[in-house]
Design a binder for this molecule. Structure first.
Ligand SMILES: [Zn+2]
Length: 414
């Protein structure tokens, strides 16, 4: 059956550069983008469904390049089967908010590969889901308790990276510094040697996969960039030297700028550990300063929320985008970071990320003009995945927070 749809009117952002068409249209044929242009250039009558998008914004589906489905301690107590089923529900709710591609940057549970397989082979409906599997950290390094596997020395790191790729990893994640969420380490501490990071980079790049480096500490950032990683995640303590090196090597920054404010806001009442909150507080100010400096210097910025379920759900991206604008990005630059640039970073730009003839029709339509007011992106009107409608305004629930309840109630005493 041929499915033909025309989204007609309103603001179209193509996902490429600052390419905005006011009063534009997008054609979709059998799940694929047809022509994209200005309404005044539409000549013949359209044979198919016409959706009036006047007063709305039409753009590629959002790509969250840094999130985690299986992060909360409660998830680690579930069997892999139960975790994967819950995870499917969770990513579906985020898809309904317009996040059509997600990249999971670290999970200890093997459920991550099961969920990836079920989604990519179409056993369950959901977003495109790219995964790192276990992140790689040094013994006692960042995420050892919930995101990572520990390895020391180049050979052990090569083995771990190769194992993740064998299991189906789309990206390799390395922990190049401390962070806020792990006991016994400091955010200002570099982790893994440059040679250890380089070993992971060699394995990943030989397999055609990118490397994402968690790095807050300046020394960790420098080592990771020198070692050849593709993105710096968080980048809390960037200085001029680090920014210059990132520009020279064309390494992108995924700031996840809302993560520490969200941890602090979640607070002890929301189940956040006191030590995580205390370690997060001093990171907020240097983090926004680093992002401001990176934006001003022209570092490529890519969108990621570090959403980690429950109180910080994927699909609830308004804080992240708002802070990106406050750090000096225009709304269109934020939209680019979450579409065209994100697709390049994830290695899926041949499929999605831009509205262009022949690309898959992952499309988000929101009420209002997001190119002028970024908050409009949370006013979801329609979400298409491969041209199929997965959410229309007024259809049931939209937010992943509503799927958190069973996990929040899980009994941790057992
Ligand atoms: Zn993360």
């Amino acid at each position: 059956m041929s499915r033909r749809m025309l989204l007609k009117g309103g603001t179209v952002y193509t996902g490429r550069g600052d390419d905005v068409i006011y009063s534009g249209f997008v054609e979709i044929f059998d799940g694929v983008i047809g022509r994209v242009g200005a309404v005044r250039d539409l000549t013949s009558t359209f044979d198919g469904d016409v959706v009036d998008t006047t007063g709305k914004t039409v753009m590629p589906g959002i790509i969250d390049t840094h999130m985690h489905v299986f992060h909360e301690p409660q998830m680690l107590r579930l069997s892999e089967g139960a975790a994967a089923l819950w995870g499917a529900n969770y990513v579906q709710s985020a898809l309904r908010a317009g996040v059509t591609t997600m990249r999971d940057l670290g999970a200890q549970s093997g459920a991550v590969f099961g969920l990836r397989k079920a989604l990519s082979e179409g056993y369950v409906v959901g977003p495109r889901y790219l995964v790192a599997g276990k992140a790689i950290c040094m013994t006692g390094g960042h995420g050892w308790a919930n995101l990572s596997a520990e390895a020391d020395g180049e050979d052990a790191i090569r083995l771990l990276a190769r194992q993740q790729i064998k299991l189906g990893a789309d990206v390799i994640k390395v922990m190049a510094s401390g962070g806020a969420g792990t006991p016994g380490e400091l955010p200002t501490q570099a982790q893994l040697s440059m040679n250890e990071i380089r070993a992971a980079v060699e394995v990943a790049h030989d397999a055609g996969k990118p490397v994402a480096a968690h790095a807050l500490a300046n020394e960790g950032i420098m080592r990771a960039v020198e070692a050849g990683v593709d993105t710096i995640e968080h980048g809390v303590f960037l200085d001029d030297r680090a920014i210059e090196l990132m520009l020279k090597r064309d390494v992108a920054l995924c700031p996840t700028i809302s993560v520490y404010p969200r941890i602090i806001n979640r607070g002890p009442a929301g189940g956040e550990s006191a030590f995580v909150i205390e370690k997060s507080k001093p990171l907020v100010a240097p983090h926004i300063e680093s992002l401001r400096a990176a934006v001003a210097a022209g570092v490529r910025i890519v969108f990621g929320t570090d959403a980690t379920t429950l109180y910080n759900p994927v699909g609830d991206f308004s804080d992240e985008m708002d802070l990106m604008v406050k750090a000096g990005m225009s709304p269109v630059e934020v939209m680019r970071s979450a579409t065209g640039t994100a697709a390049e970073i994830c290695g899926v730009s041949h499929l999605v990320g831009v509205l262009e003839t022949g690309k898959l029709a992952d499309v988000l339509v929101v009420d209002g003009d997001a190119t002028r007011n970024i908050a409009a992106l949370s006013d979801t009107f329609l979400v298409l995945k491969d041209g199929r409608s997965v959410y229309g305004k007024g259809d049931g629930y939209r937010n992943a927070a509503l799927t958190a309840e069973p996990v929040l109630k899980a009994d941790l005493s057992r």
